[in-house]
Ligand binder design. Sequence first.
Ligand SMILES: [Zn+2]
Length: 319
Amino acid sequence: MQRILFVFLDGIGLGPAGPHNPFTKTEYTALCHLAGEASWTAPLPVVDRPTRVVRPLDATLGVEGLPQSGTGQAALFTGVNCASLVGRHFGPFPHSATHEVLAERNVFRRVAEAVRDDGTTAASPPGAAFANAYPPQFFEQARRRGRWTVTTRSCLEAGVAVRDADALRRGCAVPADLTGWAWREKLGLDVPVVSAAESGRHLAEIARSHRLTLFEYFLTDKLGHGRLDAEPEDLLGQLDAFFGALIDDLDPDADTLVVTSDHGNLEDLSSTVHTRNPVPLFVAGWAAPYFRSASSLLDVTPAIAAALRDAGPRSAPHP
Ligand SMILES: [Zn+2]
């Protein structure tokens, strides 16, 4: 079974190397490996090989102002220009003008449509998973305000489970902070605390039983806004350990790892707002050629759907 694992990192753009850009340091071996042995800085060397594509993506979507997560993620996870639909960048939650597009065109649904000939229906996407776990507080707030994030709204619309604390305890989900520390220390929840590397292995395991698996990481954006009590080096070190273990556990014949972001932020620590920088796209695995001409956020979801469609109906898991 050919699979795609999509790791979405919030708030990472490509800025010039320098003292304000934490990605300037080159000791992050897994991060640099993803970029074809380069640092995540501008200008990012483009890579176009049969199993590896590296490209900068436009995140401004032709709209003035600073890109925001609501419209940026909606564009990324649907392939529809939601910033131009709204008439401006909007976030962090999805704008009401994009709810219909999110319902009809989200990546889970598009993958379901693309592989529908395997006998399943659009209402139950074949093997699509959203690996993040959400704490009870998230569900309470979202229900009370009727306000879901782009990813959780996409899940609800496509019939994909939004995983909770029980799923995390059963080992069927990954905590958004990679370790579960925040769940335990900040929310007082009884969940296991693991290393970022363990979470990487864990995510690879979840991805093995799904055609498409999505994981979302947003501490990078939070740190860029100055709203996280952590050193950039420590956070990027954790992310590096996570990707190192994850990449080790993927099957190069069956898995494709897709990594990208929705807008810049963390790459410029001289300000606490988003940037208009391009975001990086890293693709490693069999589906890489589908992304070779990707140039903006709009090109990611169509490439995922096309790759899984062409990979054909579900077959027996790879031996
Ligand atoms: Zn932000």
